[in-house]
Write a protein that binds this ligand. Structure first.
Ligand code: NAP
Length: 532
C-alpha cells in the first residue's frame, strides 16, 4: 500500500473534513518547532455528521459475523505493517520518541488488532448462555432464555499523548470497540495529528476495501474541550474511551453523566503504581533491584501510566544503602525530551511544588541544559508522617520522578498503603518467606490495584487474554474493567436475553445447531454440542 500524503484534514466517514476550521500544527518537541502540514479543526457540523454516520452504521456492524469483523481488524493491521516506516518516521518527529520505541509500539498495535481478530474468529467471547424451556415445569413453566454480549453502539475514542499508536487512532480502544461491533469516532490528539491522519487513512482504506459501512470509522480533529466535548454530548454516542489526564477524564465523565441519556466513560487517568521493597529482598538482591527500579522509573522519560511513582520502604541499613544507590543512578541520569510542551510544563510545575514542600528532598543530576522540553529524572524522598499529612504528594507526577516514602515500621507502611488512591499496579519485592508472611499486605494491594506484581516492575504491559490494565478510581473511571487485553471488548457490549425466540431469528451463536461450534453454557453446563 502506498504511503498516504498528509493533507491536514479529518475523516468524516470516508470523506475528508473541510478546510474552514481553526488551523493548528503539531510540534516537534525536540526542537520546539512547528511541523508541516497545517491541520484544520473539524466543525461541529462535521462532528455531528461523523456521529450520524456512526449511528447509521451501528445496526449493520452489529449484524456482521465475527469472521467479517476479524477481516477488518486483520486488514487494518496489514495496512499498518505496509506503512510502518512512514508511521514511525512521523511519530518520531511529533513525539521525540526513539525509533525503536515507535517500531515496538506499532508492533504492539498490530498485535492488539490480531488478538481481537483471533477472539472474534474463535467466537466464544460472546458468553453464549442457553436455558431451554420446560413448558411442563410446576408451579410455573420455564421459558426458553438465551443470552449473549451484543454491541453497545457508536463509541468515541480520545487518543493518548503518550501512546501515538497503541492507545490512539487504531489502538486498543478502537480495536476493542470495532471487535465488539461498535462504530468508532476518534478524537485525534493534536500533539501527533500527522501520525493520527496517517493511521486514520489506513483504517478508512480497510473499511472501504472490505465494503464496511462508511460510518464504521471517522476521525475528527481539534480542541478536545470543543470538538471532543461536542462529540461526547452527541445523542448517537453510546460509550467513550479515553486515556489522558485526570482533569480530562473527569470532565468527560461529568459530561457523560449530565447527558439526557448518560453513557459509560472508560477513562484511564492517573496512577502512582506503588512499589514496596521488603528487608530480606533488599539484603539479598538490592543491587539488581536498584537497576530494575531505576530503569522502570525512567523508561520513556517516565511517561508511562505504569511508571512506579511511589516507593515504600521500612527504615533499615539495607534500605538506606538501597536508596543511596538508587539516588546515585538518578544523579547520573541524563535528560530526556518530553512528549509535549504541556506535559513538560506540568512536570516542571509539579516538581517545583514538591520541592517547596517541607520535608521533601529532591535528588537530581546537576546537568540540566535548560532547553525547552528536556527534563532530568528526579528521586524524591519523604518521611511517612509528612506523606500522610499531605495528600498532594499522592498525586501522579507524570514524568521520570519517583517518591521514596520512609516508614518506621511495617504498621506505618500499611497505613501509607491504606491512604493511597486506586492504581493500575501495585508491586511487592520480597523473598519467598517474606511473601508467605505478608499475605495481609498482598490482600491490601489487591484492593488497591488491578495488577499485583511480585518481584518485578510495572512498566512493560503485556497485551494478552489475562492482563488487567485497570484499577480503582482514579486509575480507571470504572475499576471493574480493563483497557488492555482481550477482556477490554466487554466495555463496549451489553447483555441481551432472547426469550422464546424462533431459532432462525436468533444470532448464530445461540441457535440450536450451534453452527459456529462454540462452547456455550447450556442449562448450566459447558457444552459445544447442538441443543435439541
Ligand atoms: P489530556 O490533557 O487529558 O488530553 C487527552 C485528550 O483529551 C486530548 O485529545 C485532549 O484534547 C482531550 N481533552 C482534555 N481535556 C478535555 C476536556 N475537558 N474535554 C474533552 N476533551 C478533553 O492529556 P495529555 O494531553 O495526554 O497530557 C496532559 C497530562 O495528562 C500529563 O501531563 C499527565 O499528567 C496526564 N497524562 C496521564 C497519562 C497516564 O497514563 N496516567 C497519560 C497521558 C497523560 P486537547 O489536546 O485539545 O486538550
Amino acid at each position: 500500500m502506498s504511503t498516504p500524503i498528509l493533507s491536514g484534514l479529518a475523516f468524516i466517514g470516508s470523506r475528508r473534513g473541510a478546510k474552514g476550521g481553526a488551523a493548528f500544527q503539531a510540534m516537534n518537541p525536540a526542537l520546539a518547532q512547528p511541523l508541516e502540514p497545517i491541520f484544520h479543526t473539524s466543525s461541529l457540523a462535521e462532528v455531528d455528521t461523523a456521529a450520524h454516520l456512526a449511528a447509521q452504521a451501528a445496526p449493520l456492524l452489529a449484524s456482521f459475523s465475527g469472521q467479517k469483523k476479524a477481516q477488518l481488524l486483520r486488514k487494518v493491521a496489514q495496512n499498518i505493517e505496509a506503512t510502518t516506516a512512514a508511521l514511525a518516521a512521523r511519530a518520531q518527529l511529533e513525539t521525540a520518541l526513539p525509533e525503536a520505541r515507535c517500531l515496538g509500539e506499532i508492533g504492539r498495535t498490530m498485535g492488539q488488532l490480531k488478538l481481537f481478530a483471533d477472539l472474534l474468529e474463535k467466537g466464544e467471547w460472546v458468553d453464549a448462555r442457553i436455558e431451554t424451556a420446560q413448558p411442563e415445569r410446576k408451579p410455573a413453566p420455564k421459558p426458553d432464555h438465551r443470552s449473549m454480549c451484543r454491541p453497545l453502539g457508536p463509541v468515541a475514542v480520545f487518543c493518548a499523548s503518550n501512546f501515538p499508536f497503541a492507545y490512539s487512532v487504531a489502538g486498543g480502544d478502537t480495536a476493542a470497540a470495532l471487535a465488539a461491533g461498535c462504530p468508532v469516532v476518534v478524537v485525534a490528539h493534536t500533539a501527533h495529528a500527522g501520525t493520527a491522519e496517517l493511521m486514520a487513512s489506513l483504517v478508512v482504506a480497510a473499511v472501504q476495501e472490505l465494503g464496511f459501512p462508511e460510518g464504521t470509522f471517522s476521525m475528527v480533529m481539534g480542541d478536545g474541550r470543543v470538538v471532543g466535548q461536542h462529540l461526547a454530548k452527541h445523542p448517537a454516542l453510546r460509550a467513550i474511551g479515553f486515556t489522558g489526564s485526570r482533569a480530562g477524564g473527569k470532565a468527560l465523565m461529568d459530561t457523560a453523566a449530565a447527558r439526557p441519556v448518560p453513557i459509560p466513560v472508560y477513562a484511564e487517568m492517573s496512577s502512582v503504581n506503588p512499589v514496596i521493597l521488603l528487608e530480606e529482598a533488599l539484603q539479598s538482591r538490592g543491587e539488581a533491584m536498584v537497576a530494575g527500579l531505576f530503569a522502570s522509573c525512567t523508561l520513556g522519560v517516565g511517561q508511562f501510566c505504569t511508571q512506579p511513582g511511589i516507593i515504600l520502604l521500612v527504615r533499615s541499613q539495607a534500605a538506606q544503602d538501597f536508596v543511596e544507590k538508587l539516588a546515585a543512578s538518578f544523579r547520573s541520569a541524563s535528560e530526556g525530551v518530553m512528549l509535549t510542551a504541556g506535559i513538560y510544563q506540568n512536570y516542571q510545575r509539579e516538581l517545583a511544588a514538591r520541592r517547596q514542600q517541607a520535608g521533601v528532598t529532591v535528588v537530581q543530576s546537576a546537568q540540566a541544559s535548560g532547553s525547552a522540553g528536556r527534563v532530568l529524572p528526579a528521586l524524591l524522598t519523604v518521611a511517612a508522617p509528612t506523606f500522610l499529612a499531605q495528600p498532594a504528594l499522592q498525586a501522579e507526577l507524570f514524568g521520570p520522578a519517583s517518591l521514596v516514602v520512609w516508614c518506621e515500621d511495617l504498621a506505618q507502611l500499611k497505613q501509607v498503603v491504606r491512604s493511597l488512591e486506586g492504581s493500575l499496579t501495585a508491586t511487592l519485592h520480597g523473598t519467598a518467606e517474606e511473601i508467605a508472611q505478608h499475605s495481609e499486605l498482598l490482600a491490601q494491594l489487591e484492593t488497591l490495584a488491578g495488577r499485583v506484581i511480585l518481584n518485578g516492575y510495572p512498566t512493560g504491559v503485556e497485551v494478552s487474554h489475562a492482563i488487567v490494565h485497570g484499577g480503582p478510581y482514579p486509575s480507571l473511571s470504572d475499576g471493574r474493567t480493563t483497557s488492555v487485553g482481550s477482556n477490554a471488548i466487554y466495555r463496549f457490549t451489553r447483555l441481551v436475553c432472547y426469550q422464546s425466540f424462533v431459532d432462525a431469528a436468533l444470532p448464530a451463536e445461540l441457535q440450536n445447531a450451534n453452527p459456529l461450534k462454540i462452547t456455550r453454557l447450556v442449562n448450566g453446563q459447558r457444552s459445544s454440542e447442538p441443543v435439541s
